[in-house]
Design a protein around this ligand. Structure first.
Ligand SMILES: Cc1ncc(COP(=O)(O)O)c(C=O)c1O
Length: 439
């Protein structure tokens, strides 16, 4: 994790594409003044640059072949599913809930890909009933369940087999998946992949159309993808299948000094590696991009409630959200930046620990944040590059409702997810008076 210890203003390249800084230093995104958004919709608030989301989806659609997907686990709501689908992407769903959301957004079922390392019978049933385009088979036990459901299908269900190419992506242990020691997929090296493929090919009601691999997340070196594509490609080529999916995992810059390859560069590296190992040019080379599509399009706005100076120790700045809307720092030690959208160009000379409002000492958003010296209670503080795995991993810890999410474009803001209310938080409880009764 690269730490920002500089007092320089927030780097422009960590802000959404349509960011504009006014003459008096205020930030607007998509033509909307960010402080006004906080006043209008409250905080914490997720704000997404809709034009940037569209541009990244279009870039992914161009970088890979038909079948390339948006990995909806990064951030999903109906508006996002529709946007990605309208830009030509399939949607990768990894649970019944994600499948349901994409379908209710109107995404054609044939454009959905079902993932998961432990798909239930209910999930497989729902996917088959809807007519999803592809199911990614992750292992033998799952194939048993799937085979039992498809034996009498008049049209075989297209499937991919998820394999592990044995590539160690240089990333956090919890988000590495392409190596041998993983709960995902089946190993090429051990022969498990070949055995599963043979079984799928012999299963009535299934049509093997391709292979899939995902080497990990937050991968900055396109060389790791190229290496995976070469290993996969050599195994794939003799099988005569139509699709090779390289998964997702392209890294994004979160803090000053980091830089990441573009989706276009990622696609180019993968294609070159596939060509190198002799993959037929008619094979569809696909991917599932999540973070690289949504991360830097999104920011989070918070209101500062407490500034606690501990002389000789540090300054704590507490905001009205925290680990419930962004658990990544707690989960992975992920680094973020912070700045004041009222003074974007100001030097950030004050070193603080930006923390949340939850009852955990570990509830830290930015361990070593830099903010302008005139920071005051009531200020709106912004953490950029929070568009991926923030809302989608959000919880209601301490019964703090999840924030609202708005898409902004051309001066207009659209609420795509409203703020979770106290009533929402109570919605799962039995009605008063029925508690304790078995129904
Ligand atoms: C199978 C699969 N595909 C795609 C992704 C998306 O990865 P990212 O958001 O890093 O692009 C993931 C992330 O965990 C994944 O497990």
């Amino acid at each position: 994790m690269a730490e920002s210890r500089s007092s320089a203003p927030i780097p422009r390249d960590l802000l959404p594409d349509t960011s504009v800084i006014s003459a008096d230093g205020r930030l607007s995104i998509g033509g909307c003044d960010v402080i006004e958004l906080a006043e209008r919709f409250g905080t914490p608030l997720f704000v997404y640059d809709e034009a940037q989301l569209q541009a990244r989806c279009a870039e992914a659609a161009a970088a890979f072949d038909n079948g390339v997907a948006y990995a909806s686990k990064a951030f999903l709501c109906r508006a996002m599913a529709r946007l990605a689908s309208d830009e030509g992407l399939c949607i990768d769903v990894a649970s019944h809930g994600e499948l349901h959301c994409a379908l209710s957004a109107g995404v054609p079922a044939g454009r959905l890909v079902l993932h998961g390392n432990n798909k239930s019978v209910t999930e497989l049933h729902a996917a088959l009933d809807a007519g999803v385009g592809r199911i990614v088979v992750d292992g033998e036990d799952e194939l048993d369940r799937l085979a039992a459901l498809v034996s009498d299908r008049p049209v075989p269900q297209p499937v991919l087999v998820r394999v592990t190419p044995g590539v160690e992506a240089h990333t956090h242990e919890f988000v590495r998946t392409g190596q041998e020691d993983t709960k995902f997929g089946v190993s090429i090296a051990s022969g498990a992949a070949a055995r599963l493929i043979e079984r799928v090919q012999g299963t009535e009601g299934l049509a093997l159309v391709g292979l899939h691999a995902h080497i990990g997340s937050q991968v900055f070196d396109v060389g790791s993808f190229a290496e995976a594509a070469r290993i996969l490609g050599s195994f794939f080529a003799p099988l005569g299948l139509e699709e090779l999916c390289i998964g997702g995992g392209l890294g994004v810059a979160y803090v000053a000094g980091e830089s990441a390859p573009s989706i276009t560069e990622w696609g180019r590296a993968v294609r070159a590696a596939c060509a190198e190992v002799g993959i037929d040019p008619h094979v569809r080379i696909t991917a599932e991009a999540g973070r690289s599509i949504v991360a830097s399009a999104g920011i989070t706005l918070y209101t500062v409630g407490v500034i606690k100076d501990l002389p000789g120790v540090r300054t704590y700045v507490a905001v009205d959200g925290g680990m419930s809307d962004n658990p990544r720092p707690v989960l992975y030690g992920s680094g973020y930046e912070a700045f004041l959208p009222r003074s974007v160009a100001a030097a950030r000379t004050k070193a603080v620990r930006l923390v949340g409002k939850h009852c955990e000492s570990g509830d830290v958003l930015v361990d070593d944040a830099r903010l302008p010296a005139d920071l005051a209670v009531g200020d709106i503080v912004c953490t950029p590059v929070t568009g991926a795995y923030g809302y989608s991993m959000a919880s209601t810890y301490n019964r703090v409702g999840r924030p609202a999410v708005v898409f902004v474009r051309d001066g207009a803001a659209t609420v795509v997810l409203r703020r979770e209310s106290l009533d929402d938080l109570e919605a799962l409880e039995p009605a008063e008076g029925t508690i304790g009764r078995v129904v």
